[in-house]
Design a protein around this ligand. Sequence first.
Ligand SMILES: C[S@@+](CC[C@H](N)C(=O)[O-])C[C@H]1O[C@@H](n2cnc3c(N)ncnc32)[C@H](O)[C@@H]1O
Length: 453
Amino acid sequence: MRLPEQFLNKMKEFLQDEYEAFLASYEQPRVQGLRINTLKISVEDFLKISPFTLEPVPWCKEGFYYREEDRPGKHPYYHAGLYYIQEPSAMIPVEILGAQSGERILDVCAAPGGKTVQLANEMKGTGLLVSNEINLNRVKALIRNIELFGIHNAIVTNVSAEKLVNYFEGFFDRILVDAPCSGEGMFRKDEAMVKSWEKQGPDYYISIQAEILSYMSRMLKSGGQAVYSTCTFSREENEAVIEDFLERHKAFQLKPIEHFKNAFGITAPVANHSDIQINTMRLWPHKISGEGHFAACLEKNRLEKEFIARAENNQGISAPREFIEFMEKNLVISFEGPYEIHGDQLYQVPKGVPSLRGLKVLRSGLLLGTLKKNRFEPSQAMAMALKKQDAQRTVDFSSRSQEVIKYLKGETLHIDGEKGWTLVCVDGFPLGWAKQTENLLKNEYPAAWRRLD
Ligand SMILES: C[S@@+](CC[C@H](N)C(=O)[O-])C[C@H]1O[C@@H](n2cnc3c(N)ncnc32)[C@H](O)[C@@H]1O
């Protein structure tokens, strides 16, 4: 594989004795991982039904290596949101952040959403998750993943970190800054990254990384924690960014990443600052089974006085009549408020959100559906947030059946059943909606989600 000469020279100087082993790792095939979505199924239960050959990822108990020929991205369980396909070393930043139930968490650079989904898993459907992505194209994948994985406590914003500060000063318990970077750890996974590095290498990203971190410092509450992570190897984008941040932000210190230290080896052989060398983490592709990552955990001192954004006691609107009728006719549970309407779209809003007036918000929580003239149409996001037993009418296909593939391709199925909205499932896990008529199951699977092959 062709690697930029400038990159190789820098790595040689950086890694010294380890350089040859590092270089040899590029001759190895890339490793593939998936992480089980515990909002839908426990690790134990997934392992009982898993059609794949899986090996555990040592630093993430929900994470597993899979074999390329298993192609889990094509399996109906992927469409049921049972797992996220994620490069194994990318699973580490969220593990380090240690999100807890009920907390307020910000994912500043969130698309396509691997770490947002992992954060939502750790929060167990409680608290408030704000997932932000500056790039409008990338934010679409983020929204799709939030919906596919059945997350209902996330707000999705599409702004720069700077804009967020106006709304969330001192607000968050934890913040993840999975920063844009030169992507040196992506070369084996995606050769296009080599070209992109040649166009925009480490120097391009340093000021962006420093800027995002400095906005993070204002949004974290006192005593809160943040993780800074990249998938690149350059010291300038990792240890040096942290060193510069700590010099400018005296209220912060590095929190040692204790529990991974002995098991996986932290190596930053040439950091200038010994504290940074000891207390940050590097996963190297020649030492672990993964493409490589850097992570640092930053803790904000407890300050005596601090501005804290107030969570609004958002009463929202009362449930629209059409929505109440929909729930009575089609569900055995009810979605509690607060609700909000944006255009004709009805949302269930997480509790404890401050006023976001003027902010570009693309999802204000769980999109329940659309209010049409005198009726309510449920969303795909609602289907994915339900359990099979929550719906009055269901059709459950086996993951090995032809029907499930037909449904995922958007085809109408010839099936008799009770008239009305029907939740289509695979082996008991919801995939989406259909409308049953006397002998037809009319497909309501969104065109943008359909399987094409
Ligand atoms: C490493 S990727 C994030 C990956 C994501 N955390 C995940 O696990 O799927 C970095 C993201 O930061 C976004 N980004 C770039 N510049 C930014 C900025 N100034 N503020 C916020 N996000 C930015 C990029 O568009 C990109 O989607």
